[in-house]
Design a protein around this ligand. Structure first.
Ligand code: UGA
Length: 435
């Protein structure tokens, strides 16, 4: 099938590359000429495990192309994916100007039937708005608009795309249903469902999924905070409840709050959208409040330990990305921790396997960056762990004992066994577990 993907951000790039991988011909279009030139030369502009291999292979075999011309990209395409940014505007609602702008352009240049797919996370009702924008210049016989939300996790996006738990397709058109069903068939051979529904339900499914997961994590974070008050162990509680299949084992890990570009934005947008329709999502307001506090919950613990004075203290920081296997620092708890520690007068020495460049460009020399895990802890008065990268799971504790000024760890991701840390003589403070 011939496909065009408009927007080569994270979603567009993964979508385009993975569609090419199953033999489709994909043209990706972006207004950023510099980026397009780099991609033409095989440079993947984002860090996403496994994407580079697929990217290179499909470019080489002529199934993945890049252009800055919308016209060139769409002229032979049967399906056009819109993978454009929907940043929150000042009041938290999703800004649709990019999507509607492109829909308007498409209405002026389309000459034969095409399926236009909303791939970006967009508020309920967007398919109608895209339809209206197209219909302003184009006969409704020449297009159908479909909502096809993505459920890709950063770090696992390629795998999530190639083997999705489910594919959600929102359309009221039988013709579009057939086109989309054929396109996704190779990805659901194991029997996972392609779920067809109306456009609005598909749009809401995406927000509901992300908001539910954010709520699940936030609930566990509150249980963890309460565990610390009563002397219970959140790991035990997590396993205790997670084995109930109605609850499930996944996404129950407490920590220093959810971050990234999706959960914070989508929870906020759903709450906002609720208010617009006269519905008050009280649960989402609480989720946002609790998560905001959770991001810096470790700082008062550090202050307590150092009797309120962090001036002149050196804090090693392991992990800057909002989660492992990404260089994404959007809404990363580490940044909130850095801000508060700097305000308290601490010196920060940080290491992250992928995200340091992104943080450097924000903080300059206010934070010291080192090239490996073990260099960060030299002469540190405490270590803070903000991201659960695999490389932090099995450190050399003897080396740490030798190199650190004090054997003190504040772990926001519960990486180590509390008993073992006690035996090793570390002061080890984690989330929701007995000291
Ligand atoms: C999330 C969803 O998982 C994807 O299905 C969705 O497609 C994507 O948003 C999106 O809307 O584009 P992502 O933001 O990449 O994916 O990351 P997740 O792996 O879901 O983690 C989100 C946050 O939750 C991270 O900050 C992570 O540290 C936190 N988390 C996750 C926990 O604190 N505890 C857990 O048990 C799981």
């Amino acid at each position: 099938m011939k496909i065009a993907v408009v927007g080569t951000g994270y979603v567009g790039l993964v979508t385009g590359t993975c569609f090419a991988e199953t033999g489709n011909h994909v043209v990706c279009v972006d207004i950023d000429e510099n980026k397009v030139n780099k991609m033409k030369n095989g440079v993947v502009p984002i860090y996403e495990p496994h994407l580079d291999v697929l990217f290179e292979r499909n470019i080489k075999q002529g199934r993945l192309e890049f252009t800055t011309s919308l016209n060139d990209a769409i002229k032979d395409a049967k399906i056009i994916f819109l993978a454009l940014p929907t940043p929150p505007d000042e009041d938290g609602s999703a800004d649709l100007s990019y999507i509607l702008g492109v829909a308007d352009d498409l209405g002026k240049i389309i000459t034969d039937y095409k399926v236009i797919v909303d791939k970006s996370t967009v508020p309920v009702g967007t398919a109608d708005k895209v339809t209206a924008a197209l219909a302003a210049n184009l006969s409704t016989d020449l297009f159908d608009v479909v909502s096809n939300p993505e459920f890709l996790r950063e770090g696992y996006a390629v795998d999530d795309f190639l083997k999705p738990d489910r594919v959600v397709i929102g359309t009221s058109s039988e013709k579009a249903k057939k086109v989309m069903g054929d396109l996704y068939k190779p990805y659901v051979r194991q029997g996972n469902p392609i779920i067809f529904m109306d456009e609005k339900s598909a749009e809401l499914t995406k927000y509901a999924a992300n908001s539910f997961l954010a709520t699940k994590i936030t609930f566990m974070n509150e249980i963890a905070n309460f565990c610390e008050k009563v002397g219970a162990d959140v790991d035990m509680v997590r396993i205790g409840i997670g084995s109930d299949s109605r609850i499930g084992k996944r996404f129950l890990f407490p920590g220093i709050g959810y971050g990234g570009s999706c959960f914070p934005k989508d929870v906020q947008a759903l709450a906002k959208s609720g208010k617009e329709f006269g519905y008050d999502f009280q649960i989402l307001d609480s989720v946002m409040d609790v998560n905001e506090k959770q991001k810096t919950i470790i700082v008062p613990k550090i202050k307590d330990f150092f009797k309120g004075d962090l001036k002149g203290k050196t804090i090693a920081l392991w992990g800057l990305a909002f989660k492992p296997d990404t260089d994404d620092i959007r809404e990363a708890p580490a940044l909130y921790i850095i801000n508060e520690l700097l305000e308290e007068g601490a010196t920060i020495v940080a290491f992250d396997p992928e995200a340091m460049e992104n943080v450097k460009s924000k903080y300059g020399d206010k934070v010291t960056f080192v090239e490996d895990r073990d260099s960060a802890i030299v002469n540190a008065d405490a270590l803070v762990i903000a991201t659960e990268w695999q490389v932090f799971r099995n450190p050399d504790f003897d080396l740490m004992a030798e190199k650190m000024n004090q054997k003190v760890i504040f772990d926001g991701r519960n990486l180590y066994d509390t008993q073992e840390m006690k035996e090793l003589g570390f002061y080890y403070n984690s989330i929701g577990r007995i000291l």
